[in-house]
Design a protein around this ligand. Structure first.
Ligand code: GLU
Length: 506
């Protein structure tokens, strides 16, 4: 089994592209096959510098290891279509010679005039008979035009009758009537093949066995089947699987790259442009990586967009996905891009990480803010906070109070909890904490509760105030866990500072 991911380097790779790559990868790994990256850069007008680098980095970040690629090489290279340019022409010429394609000399003006006359104009079995091409011109004139170096394209000659039946592994039988199909350009006037020709020549020469790609390519498949047939390659034609669309969070239509800004969520794996690149195409997107997602979570989330294992299990690491994956379990219907679900997955994967792994990931995010705790403090901090965050950046934003005494106090709750009656009790517990030798949270907590009991102080009066003093907010880890991490001195300082904040707030 050999599968390929064949993106065009036209900008940042949309998250849907990563899902396509993932499904190809899973199929290959499940069957001990090869996963290949081929860069389809035949459209020089749409080429964006930096896009290939982005694709490679995104696949790496997601853990989708390649077996053959432009970077790694392999026995079927080169893996960039622009470097394969000389390969394609012979196939286009062969198609012409055998009557399955033709030279078309129509100028842009002529084509525009035809479109102006008939807005539904397509170049097909009907219109080709009145257009300027090697089917209508005398052979000698065709020779002469070619010899004179006139501009031309080569078009596929779609049969007038008959139908193409595709057995899509996801959709079942899909039928295209030949008389509704256009005569696609297969070789452009610059000598470059179009996507259609290059794609099937390469799939054939690279011995691709399974094509898995987005639904938008389904109509092109009819042309591809014709090309395989005309080139005599039908018996080794790959199987086709067209993945369901990824829909907007509200389910209305296809997820687009602009939906990121609209729904305030990433729709790209990495931010674009990459750090080390200038701003090439004017686009600027935040990626899942930069938004604080773990690649394992993104992969798990994407796998569930249009595929399910058939069980209730939702958390699958890459090995488990490989194990459970099959094309038959891919759905036909579009899959809604539910960003809350992505956060849920990320939350789950954060829990699965050790404190020291998390510390390694959170450290650079803190240091960006000028916060440089010791590794030991950071690990313990991650242990306390990991259950309370969905994305890595929240460690720094939600748990900021572990690194500063400059707190955003929740004055509304302070006003409800603080009064002159509670003030002596507050001073009493500060004294108790000062005297307590032990700050291990379980020990301190039980001593503290005994003390409250003996002094007749209700926990509900005092614990919220302690929480507000230590963190400024009612959210966060347990009070005694916070004291243990902050240490006694810091905790007492916070409580003293809070005394004046509390007094001033009433
Ligand atoms: N170059 C096409 C793309 O950008 C590849 C489609 C295919 O996989 O055949 O998606």
């Amino acid at each position: 089994m050999r599968v390929r991911f064949a993106p065009s380097p036209t900008g940042a790779l949309h998250i849907g592209g990563i899902r396509t790559a993932l499904f190809n990868y899973l199929l290959a790994k499940k069957h001990g096959g090869k996963f290949i990256l081929r860069i389809e850069d035949t459209d020089q007008n749409r080429f964006v510098p930096g896009a290939e680098e982005y694709i490679t980095e995104a696949l790496k970040w997601c853990g989708l290891a390649l077996d053959e690629s432009p970077e790694l090489g392999g026995a079927f290279g080169p893996y960039r279509q622009s470097e394969r340019k000389p390969i394609y022409r012979q196939y286009a010429e062969k198609l012409v010679k055998e009557g399955n394609a033709y030279y078309a000399f129509d100028t842009n003006e002529q084509l525009e005039a035809a479109r102006a006359q008939d807005p539904n104009f397509i170049y097909n079995h009907k219109s080709r008979s009145t257009a300027c091409n090697s089917l209508t011109l005398p052979a000698a004139e065709v020779e002469q035009r070619l010899a004179a170096g006139e501009n031309y394209v080569i078009r596929l000659k779609v049969p007038t009758e008959g139908r193409i039946v595709i057995n899509d592994l996801i959709r079942g039988e899909v039928v295209f009537e030949n008389n509704l199909i256009d005569d696609k350009v297969i070789l452009k006037s610059d000598g470059m093949p179009t996507y259609h020709l290059a794609n099937i020549v390469d799939d054939h020469l690279m011995q691709i066995t399974h094509v898995i790609r987005g639904e938008e390519w389904l109509p092109s498949t009819a042309h591809h089947v014709l090309l395989y047939r005309f080139l005599g390659w039908e018996s080794t034609m790959p199987s086709f699987s067209h993945l369901p669309l990824i829909l907007k969070p509200n389910g209305n239509g296809k997820l687009s790259k602009r939906d990121g800004a609209k729904f305030n969520m990433p729709v790209f794996p990495l931010s674009w442009p990459l750090d080390n690149h200038e701003h090439f195409d004017g686009d600027n997107f935040t990626g899942f990586r930069e938004a604080g997602f773990l690649p394992e979570a993104v992969i798990n989330f994407l796998a569930m967009l249009g595929w399910s294992s058939g069980t209730d299990k939702e958390i699958f690491n890459m090995d488990e996905l490989v194990e459970s994956f099959s094309i038959e379990k891919i759905h036909k219907a579009g899959a809604r891009f539910d960003f809350d679900k992505a956060k849920w997955f990320n939350h789950q994967y954060i829990q699965l990480k050790s404190n020291s792994e998390l510390a390694g990931l959170v450290k650079p995010l803190l240091s960006e803010k000028g916060i440089t705790p010791t590794d030991e403090y950071l690990e313990r901090f991650c242990g306390l906070m990991k259950n309370r965050v969905n994305v890595l950046s929240e460690f720094a934003s939600v748990g900021y109070y572990f690194f500063t005494r400059d707190l955003n106090y929740d004055f509304e709750t302070i006003k409800k909890k603080w009064n002159t009656e509670v003030s002596p009790k507050w001073n009493d517990v500060i004294g108790f904490i000062e005297r307590a030798g032990e700050t291990e949270s379980a020990v301190l907590e039980s001593k503290f509760k005994d003390h409250l009991n003996e002094s007749g102080i209700k926990p509900g009066e005092i614990l919220p105030l302690m929480r507000l003093a230590l963190a400024g907010t009612m959210q966060g880890p347990g009070v005694f866990e916070m004291i243990e991490l902050l240490g006694k001195d810091d905790s007492i300082e916070r409580m003293h500072k809070a005394t004046s904040v509390f007094n001033e707030s009433i």
